[in-house]
Design a protein around this ligand. Structure first.
Ligand SMILES: Nc1nc2c(ncn2[C@@H]2O[C@H](COP(=O)(O)OP(=O)(O)OP(=O)(O)O)[C@@H](O)[C@H]2O)c(=O)[nH]1
Ligand SMILES: [Mg+2]
Ligand SMILES: [Zn+2]
Length: 326
């Protein structure tokens, strides 16, 4: 049997049989989920990853007499989003696999998301060719100054080729645009705790009824309302897609520790740099101090945002010094 991992808790995996969502008009039928464990002698891939099976994985499993399953194989991943397991850890944690899109949920206040955090997630998405977009939530709380900041950030990210949306999960503003953009796709929602990822999923698909944090709760340090990643297969009515949509809610992350790529590649994961870097005088230009650097020129000309370029330098420094922790 083949199925899709939609939730992992400890050593149990909830698997949706492929036949359930490929034929069903409403794949959201809880009864058909199979509780699976990993075969005892399953070898961890290079034992670098803390989780051998992640949400979004396609797995092969054997159905037991008691109705549970035993996973014998995790199929090769098309892509995935991976981060450091903990700040200083050498181990990595796969947040989710086989994605069509990463939605970074950000807020300008209550709490504020830094562009450094956004750019680290974007770089990781680029590295695995996952289209990404940025959703600024809680726009019902923006006054004039926050709208100005929003518009500046929107200009920066759109010119770097990322779609930017402003929404209010609470009031419903902008939700229709998000629904149309993601219909029929497997979408990972990621961002700090308290930005409203679960609230946004509830707004996109009102039947979901996910737990949303109390205002007093998320402002307290270290409190996470969502505690494990979970995928929700559903049909999005009113959209053009006849395919199910797979929404993945995740626990908030404080810092995003990047893994798995080299310094030389970094500028290739900034689309606006990728466009010009072939014009640098030196083929191995790091775009930091070299003369006749097309990237630095583009920054001077206002074609590449200073904010993004500074984040590039910061990430470069951190990788170079071996303490990339964000
Ligand atoms: N004003 C306003 N508040 C919102 C909006 N969306 C979410 N909230 C509030 O923000 C708080 C956090 O929302 P959650 O959906 O739990 O946030 P989360 O990102 O899922 O948090 P974790 O699960 O901890 O990662 C709750 O109190 C929500 O009511 C919004 O659009 N406007
Ligand atoms: Mg949540
Ligand atoms: Zn250069």
């Amino acid at each position: 049997m083949v199925g899709l991992v939609i939730r992992t808790t400890g050593s149990w995996y909830k698997v949706l049989p492929t036949s359930e969502y490929e034929s069903a008009s409403n794949p959201c039928c809880g009864q058909s989920l199979v509780n699976c464990r990993l075969r005892g002698n399953y070898r961890l891939r290079g034992n670098k990853q803390t989780n051998p099976v992640a949400v979004g994985d396609q797995v092969e499993y054997l159905l037991q007499d008691d109705g549970t399953g035993v996973i014998s194989e995790v199929r090769d991943r098309r892509n995935y989003i991976v981060r450091k397991a903990t700040k200083l850890s050498k181990q990595t944690h796969v947040i989710a696999a086989n994605l069509d899109r990463l939605c970074i949920v950000a807020t300008l206040g209550f709490p504020r998301t830094s562009t450094g955090f956004i750019d680290r997630l974007l770089v990781t998405a680029e590295a695995y060719h996952i289209p990404a977009c940025i959703i600024f939530n809680k726009c019902d709380l923006y006054e004039e100054t926050l709208w100005e900041i929003h518009n500046q950030l929107k200009a920066i990210y759109q010119s770097a080729s990322y779609p930017v949306m402003a929404v209010s999960a609470l009031k419903g503003d902008g939700i229709e645009e998000v629904r149309q953009a993601i219909a029929g796709q497997t979408v990972l929602f990621s961002g700090h705790s308290g930005v409203g990822k679960s609230a946004l999923l509830n707004a996109i698909a009102p039947g979901l009824d996910l737990r949303v944090g109390e205002v007093s709760e998320w402002s307290m340090k270290g409190r996470h309302t969502t505690t494990f990643a979970e995928m929700f297969p559903l049909m999005l009515p009113g959209t053009a897609s006849a395919r199910p949509t797979f929404l993945i809610d995740t626990p908030g992350i404080k810092e995003f520790g990047m893994v798995d790529f080299s310094l030389g590649e970094l500028s290739h994961f900034f689309p606006e740099m990728r466009r010009v870097l072939h014009d640098c005088h030196f083929a191995n230009c790091t775009h930091r101090h070299e003369p006749h650097c097309a990237v630095k020129q583009a920054v001077d000309d206002g074609l590449i945002s200073t904010e993004r370029y500074n984040n590039y330098l910061a990430i470069y420094d951190q990788i170079e010094n071996g303490n990339e922790t964000r």
